[in-house]
Design a protein around this ligand. Structure first.
Ligand SMILES: Nc1ncnc2c1ncn2[C@@H]1O[C@H](COP(=O)(O)OP(=O)(O)OP(=O)(O)O)[C@@H](O)[C@H]1O
Length: 302
């Protein structure tokens, strides 16, 4: 397959500290590639290298066939990038912001009106064209920022935590736009801390301390990372039970989810033992992506 992004042992150091550690990634065209990991695990640093903004310290990579180290300037016109700190102009209207970015991307004058109209429709900003950005809610601003970052119709879009700080409804709306873009052929690499968004990705790469520790479809991750049987246990004072259960020989993992405990057992036949031990309800559950990531992060910590 012809990949849109490939990296080989891609590494970035800051002084003695390795932020991205020998990363091998392959992103197929039209994919929504979720890039997940704890805070400080190297997601933004990777994206900045892929956008040609930050030079790799070692290893190599290609975006749309251009080499990250020697052809960074050729990458930039073909990509859209929305960082956590995307800047809009508060004292300009929605339309003027889009027009400004259309100018930045050198879209010819005769095409601008049409292109801006498309972005307004795509980002559901109709009727707000003349509103000052200062008067928009965060959710509207994020959609406008997305419109600005794709006004030049990039073939690949990098989104670095695009939905942090916006309401669940706005997040859903934002992700629906991303899915529409992907359906139309745009490749999207997106970082998120939200599991419902991760579920909507076609592939998920999970990194920890700069290293790739899992990379698969959401379904495969759910089915393959947790070997054993996951059960839910409802106990009073779950925090105290957590430590006790973690020490049982037949318990592989144990984590707190609200007031419930999720416990990974070696085998189904240990459910009865756990019921007796806790004197509580023990029911098997289908693992969620959150269970998968908690397990991955724990395993990685050793
Ligand atoms: N310019 C820099 N100089 C020194 N250290 C840096 C620099 N940029 C990033 N780092 C460090 O590299 C590590 C990875 O940072 P990065 O921003 O890539 O993580 P992240 O996974 O995107 O985190 P978050 O989810 O919090 O945004 C962090 O420890 C960070 O402090």
């Amino acid at each position: 397959m012809e990949y849109v992004v490939t990296t080989r042992e891609l590494t970035r150091r800051f002084g003695n500290f390795t932020a991205v550690d020998r990363l091998n990634l392959s992103i197929a065209p039209g994919e929504i590639y979720g890039f997940l990991g704890p805070n400080g695990s190297g997601k933004s640093t990777t994206i900045r290298m892929l956008c040609g903004i930050l030079e790799p310290s070692a290893g190599s990579g290609q975006v749309l066939g251009y080499d990250l180290a020697s052809e960074a300037e050729k990458i930039k016109p073909h990509i859209g990038y929305m960082s956590q700190k995307f800047s809009l102009y508060d004292d300009l209207t929605v339309y003027e912001n889009l027009d400004f970015y259309a100018g930045v991307y050198s879209i010819p004058y005769r095409e601008r009106r049409h292109r801006i109209g498309e972005m307004i429709e795509l980002a559901s900003l109709s009727g707000r064209e003349k509103d000052l950005v200062a008067h928009l809610s965060v959710g509207w601003k994020q959609r406008l920022a997305l419109g600005c970052s794709i006004v030049a119709k990039p073939s690949i879009l990098f989104l670095d935590e695009p939905t942090s700080g916006i309401s669940p409804t706005s997040r859903k709306m934002f992700f629906t736009i991303i899915q529409r873009l992907a359906n139309e052929g745009t490749t999207v690499m997106v970082t998120t801390h939200f599991m419902d968004e991760a579920e909507r990705c076609s592939n998920i790469a999970f990194i920890s301390e700069g290293r790739l520790i899992a990379n698969d479809t959401p379904d495969q991750l759910r089915n393959q990372v947790l070997s054993g049987v996951l059960v839910e246990v409802e106990v009073a004072e779950p925090m105290q039970w957590l430590a006790k259960l973690e020490n049982l020989p037949y318990v592989k993992e144990c984590s707190l989810h609200g007031s419930l405990l999720h416990v990974l057992l070696e085998h189904e036949n240990k459910m009865a033992d756990l019921r007796v031990y806790t004197n509580s309800e023990v029911n098997p559950i289908t693992p969620s992506l959150e269970d998968v990531f908690i397990t991955l992060a724990k395993r990685d910590r050793g």
